[in-house]
Design a binder for this molecule. Structure first.
Ligand SMILES: Cc1ncc(COP(=O)(O)O)c(C=O)c1O
Length: 420
């Protein structure tokens, strides 16, 4: 049985010292050695977030009558994001706690719209096998039959296979910009056209790309059409707590119109506690991540994001180029942004590489990747956090490849997310 909470409280200094000690085995993200999970915008961003967090540590956006500042913060952050994603004047949305919640809200809105406008009682949705696991969670929670289709050789969703699954019960067709595993952008115009053809929603998962692609485009990179400029795209999720560089707990869900947004919300007026309206899946909503996101976005401005994106993409390009030089491994697909999947190269001259054994060897050298698959590969979300360490990483990679060549590990588990 778990030990009980102590009867007597303890001095704050002791408590904080214990907490600090607990972090001993956590990944050393401050050293730039984690490729994902933490996206570090640098000291100015830290300061903006930390000072805003202190101001809003206790505030609750459950009721914006009590905290009108949080209502304003939400609408300003959502508005700035809609503008970045080329939303029309009608675009509207909400802040959520993260990408998963934004996606769940998008899935729920699609189901409600299908029921209200097309009388669909047995809703279905179509996603590629590369779409984030949160869509499966949504299908599970909201009772939607999910059709999963393969990806093409370039790792984008197979749109022909999607077309085969779209029917009169389809409420949602999903595209990713970019998808997480290999970092490529799906053919969003084709996917949106499929959805529009039956009057269904098209949700674009821009959780990873929402705060990257707009800046990559301004930097002159080749960015395929993916946002509200594409006809038929009805909703987009974009995570400020990823490459928007805010601390964890904040994402944006945007709909093309307020009417479409209405299908996401829950309103209940038959409770002894009074009128209950909630924009997303939460009840009590911490003001902290909302205010921190507001402060980080204001602190960075477009120019700050452009610079962070330029540095991040430069880091990723150098990493891709470096991996291509190492015999035994290769990058999967043609991802041009911050996400990289590294797998064994079947055309390598030497003994084969087991990438999971390689991941272990890199971890022993302090570098942390998620293991993903199929196919077995090591995932990197490169960011500004990895500035200045790419050469060290590539050195560690070459040494680790030499160390594990011809060996393998029995542990075939992947580890995107864990339970306890
Ligand atoms: C493409 C994509 N969608 C959705 C998510 C889920 O976001 P969150 O972890 O904030 O729930 C992620 C997370 O990495 C992602 O990469």
């Amino acid at each position: 049985m778990a030990s009980p909470l102590g009867q007597q409280g303890r001095p704050v200094d002791d408590v904080i010292a214990d907490l600090s000690a607990k972090r001993e085995h956590d990944v050393r993200w401050e050293d730039g050695k984690a490729f994902g999970m933490i996206y570090d915008g640098g000291p100015g961003v830290h300061e903006a977030a930390e000072r805003a967090a202190r101001l809003y540590l206790h505030e609750n956006a459950l009721n914006t009558k009590a905290f009108p500042s949080l209502g304003a913060i939400q609408s300003e952050v959502v508005g700035w994001t809609a503008n970045l994603l080329n939303g029309p004047d009608t675009a509207s949305g909400f802040l959520t706690s993260g990408g998963t919640e934004s996606i769940l809200c998008g899935v729920k809105a699609a189901r409600e719209r299908g029921r209200a406008e097309r009388g669909i009682e047995e809703p279905e949705m179509v996603v590629a096998e590369s779409a984030h696991a949160a869509f499966h969670k949504g299908a599970h929670l909201f009772g939607i039959q999910l059709h999963k289709v393969p990806v093409r050789d370039d790792w984008t969703a197979d749109v022909d296979a999607m077309a085969d699954e779209v029917n009169d019960n389809t409420v949602l067709v999903v595209g990713s910009a970019p998808q997480y595993p290999q970092g490529v952008v799906d053919d969003i115009p084709a996917i949106a056209a499929l959805a529009a053809g039956v009057g269904a929603n098209c949700h674009v998962d821009g959780c990873m790309g929402g705060f990257v692609l707009p800046f990559a485009e301004r930097l002159g990179r080749d960015v395929p059409p993916w946002d509200f400029r594409v006809d038929g795209v009805t909703s987009i999720s974009a995570d400020i707590h990823k490459l928007g560089y805010a601390p964890k707990g904040v994402s944006v869900i945007l709909h093309r119109t307020k009417e479409l947004r209405r299908y996401q919300t829950f309103v209940f007026d038959d409770w002894l506690g009074g009128f209950y309206a909630s924009p997303n899946l939460q009840g009590t909503r911490s003001g902290l991540p909302m205010a921190a996101a507001w402060a980080v976005m204001q602190h960075l401005g477009i120019d700050g994001y452009l610079e962070l994106t330029r540095v991040m993409l430069d880091n990723a390009d150098r990493m891709r180029a470096g991996i291509a030089e190492v015999d035994g491994v290769r990058v999967l697909g043609d991802g041009a942004y911050q996400l990289i999947a590294m797998a064994a190269d079947p055309e390598s001259a030497g003994d084969p590489i087991d990438v999971f054994a390689l991941g272990d060897a890199l971890e022993r050298r302090g570098w942390f990747h998620d293991r993903q698959g199929p196919p077995d590969s090591l995932h990197s979300t490169v960011s500004n956090s990895n500035t200045g360490v790419i050469d060290d990483y590539l050195e560690a990679l070459a040494a680790s490849v030499d160390e594990v060549r011809g060996t393998s590990t029995d542990d075939r588990s992947t580890n995107y997310a864990t339970l306890e």
